[in-house]
Design a protein around this ligand. Structure first.
Ligand code: ATP
Length: 376
């Protein structure tokens, strides 16, 4: 059975140090949910609270309607996969996978059936009698995953399960993990600091910083309409520009330079007075013009052809450097030193208040799957 996880107002302290202040989130039944954030932001701490390995200083944790705060970790019926595999070196692949079932005193014949089924699912059945030392890192991680899933847990918790693997294997294994999770349909909480990995595997992501949730949303939503400047810069690449919102003829414009203003028809004028803001524009959202003189004037500093895409580093008149990525058009790669003008569509811009703490376009053109921190 798969469950919904509810966390209400969680608090975690180590001595006088508050690691998690007041954190609430819901993970839906069958969802692949990722905790993403920089090192030390509290991802593992929160995961260990769900697992029952950490004390809870405040708040309530639920699996469906069952409050689990005081339930022993062994009785929470969770499967766990860690970074360092944590499989037993002295047991064969088969015995590793069977371990949890033997512990539960499941009848022998059923252990055989279930173990074989999960070894097949993870494509490790041909190594059934091998010891882990004779397996590659990816194969060992498959054993760990099979061992976690075979007990039919209510919840699967994974803490950086791919970080010991090389780059190619990581990409391969994240597809495997996503497919298996999809097939088995188990509610999964996944911890990573790798934003690309999070985007690749997750139904929804919670972006964390300093023990606090910054934004919960689908990968697309978080990329397109980040809740604040931190999320905008942490997920993917972006250009950060200072600007001003100005009202002219009852319309709202984002003024980026004296010569370039973008009509922001998605901002209501009555809500905004003239104010200093920070704009975030993804490298792929700039449009480069070489033969019309309107927009943000710049010079191409670097032109890097990478096959499918070409990366440009350009410098504006006021000395700011921006990154632009465009699909390569072999016959019209723009050379270093070329004078260009940049424009951008208003709906492709994110605008934050001056300290970057709030996206002014909150709620505008998104898929409705987002969470924004309550304002104090
Ligand atoms: N047992 C402990 N005692 C005291 N402080 C701890 C303990 N475990 C973790 N911390 C602190 O809690 C904070 C959050 O740590 P945590 O491991 O949850 O971060 P993380 O986001 O998982 O980071 P990483 O990606 O590096 O694993 C860190 O500042 C860490 O030093």
């Amino acid at each position: 059975m798969s469950v919904e996880i509810k966390i209400n107002n969680a608090i975690k302290r180590y001595g006088d140090n508050t690691i998690i202040g007041d954190l609430s989130l819901d993970v839906r039944e069958g969802e692949f949910f990722t905790l993403l954030g920089p090192s030390g932001c509290g991802k593992t701490t929160l995961l260990r609270m769900i697992a029952g390995f950490n004390s809870i200083e405040g708040g309530d944790f639920y699996f469906n309607d069952k409050r689990i705060n005081d339930i022993d970790p062994a009785k929470r019926n969770i499967g766990m996969v860690f970074q360092n595999y944590a499989i037993f070196p002295h047991l064969t692949v088969k015995d590793n996978v069977a371990f949890g079932l033997k512990n539960k005193k499941v009848p022998k014949e059923q252990i055989e059936v279930e173990t074989t089924k999960f070894m097949k699912l993870m494509h490790i059945d041909q190594y059934a009698d091998r010891l882990p030392e004779r397996l590659s890192g990816g194969q060992q991680q498959r054993v760990a995953l099979a061992r976690a899933l075979v007990i039919q847990p209510d919840v699967l918790l994974m803490d950086e399960p791919l970080s010991n693997l090389d780059a190619k294997l990581r990409v391969e294994m994240r597809t495997v993990i996503k497919q298996i999770q999809n097939n088995v349909g188990i509610t999964t909480v996944y911890v990573t600091h790798d934003q690309e990995e999070a985007m690749a595997v997750s139904d929804r992501i919670a972006v964390m910083k300093d023990g606090d949730i910054q934004h919960i949303g689908t990968p697309k939503n978080i990329y397109q309409r980040p809740a604040n400047l931190f999320v905008s810069t942490f997920i993917g690449r972006t250009n950060v520009l200072k600007g001003q919102l100005v009202i002219k003829d009852e319309k709202c414009y984002l003024k980026l330079t004296d010569d370039y203003m973008v009509l922001m028809d998605n901002i209501k004028t009555e809500e905004q007075k003239d104010m200093n803001v920070v704009a975030s524009i993804r490298p792929e959202e700039f449009v480069i013009h070489t033969n019309h003189h309107e927009g943000l004037k710049a010079i191409v500093d670097e032109s890097i052809f990478l096959g499918l895409n070409t990366h440009y580093l350009v410098r504006s008149e006021d000395g700011e450097e921006y990154e632009i990525i465009q699909e390569s058009k072999i016959d019209s790669i723009i050379e270093k030193g070329t004078e260009i003008y940049l424009t951008v569509k208003s709906e492709k811009i994110n605008i934050f208040n001056e300290d970057g703490s709030r996206n002014i376009l909150n709620g505008v053109q998104n898929d409705g799957e987002q969470y924004f921190k309550k304002k104090e």
